[in-house]
Design a protein around this ligand. Structure first.
Ligand code: FMN
Length: 191
């Protein structure tokens, strides 16, 4: 079950933007993050939720999509995410956030996948521009943006080939291919 969910939980960057995501759904997903592990149980993460078109339009311009696809700079208007969850670090609780936001992201995305939604973690963000656009107070560090929606693309996993190339790529039918290293390559010691 968990393997199936993890296999299904692929980074997705094109969505049916006409399919809306309710605020209650975003709150449910953040609740999964709330229940997840946090270093020292400090729980320094805070969240901004967006599922309305006007707010979504303020967020989108400051996100970078697919570093490896040179001929695609991001989804057209009709294929943009229906919602976003912005993960913030509250510097009044902690100055550094370790891997809490990675764990939170995975909890949220697995929850979204279980609901037949999909998304993408975006770390490449024009942070100061986004801060201004949403008037995010300086006490919050902008850590990650999760783009969410009903997936409109097919993503397949394959094994990294002999050249060792890990770059994801898109074929002529628009199918997105993601090479993953083989299990034997990543286990450095076992007994
Ligand atoms: C911390 C982190 C930051 C990421 N930032 C971006 C990003 O800025 N833009 C983007 O299109 N994808 C981003 N991704 C998605 C990765 O490109 C994606 O996870 C990778 O290609 C593997 O695909 P998969 O998630 O389907 O396994 C990010 C992923 C992680 C974990």
């Amino acid at each position: 079950m968990i393997r199936d969910l993890i296999l299904k939980n692929r980074s997705c960057r094109r969505f049916y933007s006409e399919i809306i995501i309710e605020l209650d759904t975003l709150r449910e997903l953040v609740d999964l993050a709330r229940l997840s592990a946090s270093a020292g149980n400090a729980q320094p993460l805070k969240y901004i939720l967006s599922c309305n078109p006007k707010k979504n339009a303020l967020i989108f311009p400051y996100l970078a999509w697919t570093g490896y696809l040179n001929d695609w700079s991001g989804p057209y208007e009709e294929e943009r995410p229906s919602a976003y969850i912005i993960i913030l670090g509250d510097t009044e609780i902690k100055q550094s956030f370790g891997c809490d936001h990675g764990i939170a992201s995975q909890s949220i995305l697995l929850g979204a996948t279980e609901k037949d939604l999909g998304g993408c973690i975006i770390g490449s963000i024009q942070r100061e521009e986004l801060r201004k656009a949403l008037r995010i107070p300086s006490r919050y560090e902008i850590l990650l943006v999760l783009a969410l929606g009903k997936p409109k693309e097919t993503v397949v996993i394959e094994t990294v080939g002999p050249t060792g190339d890990i770059k994801y790529w898109r074929d002529s039918k628009g199918i997105h291919h993601v090479p993953k290293r083989a299990l034997d390559e990543i286990i450095v010691d076992e007994s």
